[in-house]
Design a protein around this ligand. Structure first.
Ligand SMILES: Cc1cc2nc3c(=O)[nH]c(=O)nc-3n(C[C@H](O)[C@H](O)[C@H](O)COP(=O)(O)O)c2cc1C
Length: 344
């Protein structure tokens, strides 16, 4: 059983875990197809993010991936600090995967225990680990033995609201050496449209001694304030809100945490153009259009008629066609973002 290290420090605007400063305590949520180098570079450019994230990475495949070629692993020097999220179900895969993360220069290792997708669950990974605490326990213990990096986990609230079960699970994670816990405050089958249960993060915080991060449904500075009030969380994790608005970290950092960074100056067409340039620079041709479609799905929510942009890009067959259609849309819609993005 590991006790949290004495060096774990939580202050109002700052979390320190095993020597890693997360300042401000604003974390990027791992998102498949979205939290790659292009988005991370844009988010970092605006500032205000305390910890960036990769997409979930298959632990079994990771050791043989080429970091120079893999669209999941490609990164630039400015994308720091960066947490790598593992999707894992077998203890045998932990060691080689964690070793690879050491080679890649990971700043933290996160274990995915929240993904409810059937295809992930059938292999015993993601949320299935919350349904199989014995295996979760073995994986955490194996990862803890293998690394001195900050080791974190991301969970949901459970299948149903079962407080004793959730408490036991979270306490097990802490006992086995998890340094920080992110909580997507929804149940397994609850859709993203449902209001997140931030008040449950407050309960989890009462049970644990490690930093607890609240995730789910933060799209504006006001949401961040409400979430902090309801959850008392040590930090916030932003997903879709900071895809639609990569400058949301900077806004929350300034207005909620008082960070001394420049107010974001946003031109929607420029942000979109920069994203397009980066994916062309970073990804092989066959990977580009898919990434652009994923991003556009969220980014289009900044416009009152964003579905027009979204459906034109979704229907594009080539990158060139997508770029032409986007240019055409922006010619007629240069405007300011909506106060709150439409959530797709
Ligand atoms: C497209 C998409 C991909 C996601 N991929 C992952 C993932 O790889 N790992 C993970 O732990 N959660 C994943 N999530 C969940 C997010 O990390 C986050 O918990 C969820 O979107 C709620 O936060 P939000 O309301 O701020 O978006 C994904 C969510 C979306 C929408």
């Amino acid at each position: 059983m590991h006790k949290p290290l004495p060096e774990t420090v939580i202050q109002a605007h700052h979390i320190r875990v095993r020597g890693l400063d997360i300042c401000p305590p604003l974390l990027q949520a791992p998102m498949a197809g979205l939290t790659h180098s292009a988005l991370r570079q844009i988010v970092s450019g605006f500032g205000g993010v305390g910890l960036l994230s990769t997409e979930m990475l298959l632990a079994r495949r990771l050791p043989t991936e080429n970091p120079g070629m893999s669209p999941y692993l490609v990164r630039t020097i400015g994308e720091r600090p960066l947490s790598y999220q593992l999707l894992v179900s077998s203890e045998a895969d932990i060691g080689p995967a964690v070793d690879k993360l050491h080679e890649l220069g990971a700043d933290a290792v996160d274990l995915n225990m929240g993904c409810p997708d059937w295809s992930v669950g059938r292999s015993g990974a993601g949320f299935a680990l919350m349904e199989n605490p014995d295996n979760a326990c073995r994986l955490v213990a194996a990862a803890r033995r293998r690394t001195d990096l900050p080791l974190t986990a991301k969970v949901r609230l459970g299948v149903g609201l079962d407080e004793p079960r959730l408490k036991e699970f979270c306490a097990m994670l802490e006992g086995e050496g998890i340094d920080m816990l992110s909580v997507h405050a929804r149940l397994k089958k609850e859709p993203f449209a449902r209001r997140p249960r931030w008040e449950w993060v407050a309960r989890i915080k009462e049970w644990l001694h490690i930093p607890v991060i609240a995730n789910g449904g933060i799209f504006t500075v006001e949401d961040a304030r409400k979430c902090l009030k309801a959850s008392g969380a040590d930090g916030l994790m932003l997903g879709r809100g900071a895809v639609a608005r990569p400058w949301l970290f900077a806004e929350i950092a300034r207005e909620v945490y008082g960070s001394d960074i420049a107010a974001p100056c946003v031109s929607l067409p420029l942000v979109y153009g920069r994203f397009t340039d980066l994916i062309k620079e970073l990804f092989p041709p066959e990977r580009r259009l898919g990434r652009l479609k994923e991003f556009t799905h969220h980014f289009a929510g900044n416009y009152p008629f964003g579905h027009q942009l979204s459906s034109r890009i979704q229907g594009s067959r080539t990158m060139t066609q997508a770029e032409e259609r986007a240019a055409d849309f922006f010619k007629n819609n240069p405007g300011d973002p909506l106060r709150r993005p439409e959530v797709p």
